[in-house]
Design a protein around this ligand. Sequence first.
Ligand code: C2O
Ligand code: CU
Length: 472
Amino acid sequence: MDRRRFLTASSLMLAGLAAGGGALAAAAGGPAVRLRAGVLRKKFPEIAVPASFWGYNGESPGPQLRYRKGERLQVDLDNTLAQATTLHWHGLRVPNAMDGVPQVTQPPVQKGESFRYEFELKDSGTFWYHPHQKSFEQVGRGMCGALIVEEEKPIEVDRELVWVLNDFQIDPASGEHSPFGQIADHATKGRWGNVITVNGESVAAGRSESVRAGERVRLRLINAATARVFRLDFSAGEPRVIAYDGQAVRPAPLSDDDRIFGPGMRLDLVLDLMLPPGGVLDIADANSRRVLGRLLCSAEAPLRSEPLAAPIALAPNERVRPNLNKAVSHSIDFLGGDAGPPVIGAVDGRPIAYGEMKSKYGLAWTVNSHAAVEEAHHHEPLLTFVRGKTYVIAMTNKTGFDHPIHLHGHFFRVLSINGEKLKQEVWRDTVMLTPWSDAVIALVAEEPGDWMFHCHVLEHAAAGMMAVVRVE
Ligand code: C2O
Ligand code: CU
């Protein structure tokens, strides 16, 4: 584990105190973490000058936050950026007021202001944090970080790796991000960049991590890119999936569908490194044909010759199972984009043709024939749920593009994809809808409030593919 990036709440507090941040000690009931949103510079081998980035505490990704299930998270966000910002805790079940959606759950945090996020960590898993204000730009400039909540009884491994995958579009000469908010990106597959990073390091640097043959590694992958979809490829070993989006599944070999790793999604894998001393395992992205990172076994004798016998199944988080016999059903159609059938959308309740939607409003996608303006975030709820009731949602992607669809504040059970029932019970907070595909999900409405439901290609969310689900 990379110690430098491994910050527990208490070590962050100590670091803050050492740096003179005396205010950190003030809160009762546990140390608060300060995350200072600000600008920084980063060097990449493929970019001539240090690139300008936005991040937290001088880092992009920001510090890894790590807790135990049941602990309380307390984070003070200080904004030093010229743009207002917020923090959203992707995948976590939080009280609505802590969800970090500007206009909907809190006023955006202006330059010079602070906001205290505080809630109990109900669930273990691999999560992440990112702003929800102008997220296509703010995440696109580097604002994100891993949030790991350890199980009460973690599985036995020799090593844990957390990889935050990212992708940036940077001018190689000037080191500036190319302009954000381009309709040509928003109306197609989103902004795919030229600098792919893992934990903030360009994959062009030939990243490698030293490991020891025979080890059992837990690899936590987080796709924090605004738009890039990875297709994971392992040169050796038999990766087994133990969690999707932080939610335990019965361990199973990585399937072809699992390899498609869209924005917002997480994957927890167990790798038994049955390699000789000096052996390598490359983890690559088949879409970009780049190696994301190499696990390089030392010359030491293997730690063991047979995979560790200890079980790898994670204890699942407690949750209420959907009662499918008493469910209320809804269907949601996603339309739009430059490669789909012509769209008649609605902006502010007024029917509007696709061309005009794009040119006048910068919108290109609809959710049930409605396009929402991101800047406002606030819209009439698409669906209204009653707390404790089960809802089944059939979602259809009527576009030629990938849409990882995300719901805030809930886990949902994926019942089927393209009409095919899933072989095992899978819970997620983000489900990939590949072009012209459909998925049926079920969930029990939880905390009251307005929860965002949107595509995690952040350019798509900004261009209309976003809605509110209200729980009463
Ligand atoms: Cu990862 Cu609406 O968020
Ligand atoms: Cu999308």
